[in-house]
Write a protein that binds this ligand. Structure first.
Ligand code: ATP
Length: 454
């Protein structure tokens, strides 16, 4: 897919406040607070008509580039509920905890690992300077129950991370498809965490969606594949953002590394919240398959067809979030620029055209001229079969362009009086507001080339 053009940023380029994105999302139907009429639920959101389009495009593009384009990668879709022993084997029952403190004075709550060191040492609230209470430990797994009869119900969990299904299905995938090491299994799926400090809109939620690649390798090839996927995933995010200087790697320090990990990197993106994790690249070694072999009693080792060597494969994991991608892309794309005609500023979402929720808007110049309206509706009906198209004849053409700019529609097609004479339409591009005349018969190909990934 073509890269988004770089938008050079300087130290003075302001970061977009999260509130602007929250307001846009609500106003234009991207994201709504869940159960809003009952007062909402902290850390849980619903996606509206435009949000679901954007989200689907983001998911599909990940799947296309990770699964469809790789002969040695397959996909699965695992269930949200698994056997409870899975979470013992994975270590989540014992270790999936956050330690948090409350401020005695302002009652704010903080994760200890997110507090500046001096506040931890001085036991002082970073917001009001008040005294902090004794730290408490919380497990993040969400419990649920299977069965109807009290006393016979089995307690289990909504999955705390999506990737466990991949380890559980590893042996089935090897036996039922023709994959051979090195190969990968991908999945996109919901995860649930009782986050103690949900917030910052979609950034930290209690129900969210992850995308994972678990890439299985021979131990002798671990380093080369780790480097390969680290670079590949970085390039993938880089291709989607305007502010190229706001993406970097952060290497995990020795105190953050799991005991089996030789190295780990976060791909981080800088927003008004500072540098924050977008995706993690993890060296998981043989930890997951060994633990599930041990806890289930099933041997999850792999036999090389050629050498007959039998071993537990090592794993490179790339694990990112659909919702964080959604939020980061909106923060990256949002811009308010002065109106060249001196009226209100223009709000524009510079989303990659292939991800934009609406690809084209079809606009008759005037709604009281029947011929213009009929031609425009016919064009819209044709385009609708190929891409998400919107027909709009309400308000003057300038306002209609603005409405589309604000939701990131890359192209607007205007049907005017010249159209009736020579069958050409005006195609107006979102970012530079340039306009070209295109013949109606060539319009589908013209747009498809620009709004699909290939
Ligand atoms: P953090 O340190 O921010 O809590 P994490 O290291 O626990 O994240 P992982 O368990 O590695 O995150 O999850 C992989 C990805 O899932 C993250 O990179 C992020 O994009 C996404 N993610 C994790 N927790 C949340 C959440 N509560 N809400 C939204 N997305 C999340």
């Amino acid at each position: 897919m073509t890269q988004v053009e770089s938008k050079p940023t300087t130290n003075d380029t302001p970061f977009v406040p999260i509130e602007k994105i929250v307001a846009l999302c609500k106003r234009r139907g991207f994201v709504y607070p869940n159960s809003e009429i009952y007062g909402g639920v902290s850390g849980i959101y619903d996606f509206g008509p435009l949000g679901v389009e954007l989200r689907n495009n983001i998911r599909r593009y990940w799947w296309w580039s990770m699964v469809q384009l790789h002969d040695n990668i397959v996909g699965i879709e695992g269930a949200i509920i698994t056997h409870p022993r899975v979470w013992e084997a994975s270590g989540h029952v014992e270790n999936f905890v956050d330690r948090l403190v409350d401020c005695k004075n302002c009652k704010r709550r903080f994760r200890i690992d997110h507090l500046p060191e001096e506040n931890v040492i001085q036991n002082k609230c970073p917001e009001c300077g008040g005294e902090l209470m004794e730290p408490r430990t919380f497990n993040l797994l969400m419990e649920t129950y299977l069965g109807v009869v009290e006393g016979e119900r089995m307690q289990t969990y909504l999955r705390g991370e999506a990737c466990q299904n991949i380890y559980l299905d590893f042996d089935n995938v090897v036996k039922s498809s023709r994959v051979q090491i090195p190969f990968g299994i991908c999945q996109i799926g919901k995860a649930f965490r009782n986050e103690v400090t949900p917030g910052n809109f979609l950034f930290r939620q209690r129900e969210f969606e992850q995308w994972d690649l678990q890439f299985f390798v021979h131990p002798s090839e671990m380093l080369q594949w780790f480097d390969y996927w680290k670079e590949k995933r970085f390039e993938w995010y880089m291709g989607l953002i305007n502010h190229k200087d706001r993406l970097h790697f952060r290497e995990h320090g020795p105190d953050e590394l799991a005991h089996y990990a030789k190295q780990a990197f976060d791909i981080e993106y800088k927003t008004i919240l500072g540098w924050q994790e977008w995706e993690g690249i993890h060296w998981r070694q043989d930890w997951d398959l060994s633990r599930h072999s041990e806890y289930s009693g099933q041997d999850l080792s792999y036999t090389d067809q050629n050498t007959k060597e039998r071993y537990i494969p090592w794993i490179v994991e790339t694990s990112g979030g659909v919702d964080r991608t959604f939020l980061n892309l909106l923060l990256d794309a949002y811009e308010e620029e002065p109106d060249p005609t001196g009226k209100e500023p223009r709000t524009v979402l510079r989303l990659h055209p292939a991800l934009a929720p609406v690809k084209v808007a079809v606009l008759p110049l005037q709604k009281n001229k029947e011929e213009l309206v009929t031609t425009a509706k016919n064009i819209h009906k044709k385009l609708q079969r190929l891409m998400v198209s919107q027909y709009d004849d309400v308000a003057n053409i300038g306002r209609r362009y603005r409405r589309q700019d604000e939701i990131g529609t890359p192209y607007c097609v205007t049907i005017d009086f010249q159209t009736l004479e020579d069958r050409t339409v005006t195609v107006r591009e979102r970012d530079h507001m340039t306009q070209v005349r295109v013949n109606i018969d060539e319009l589908p190909a013209y747009l498809l080339e620009r709004v699909t990934w290939q």
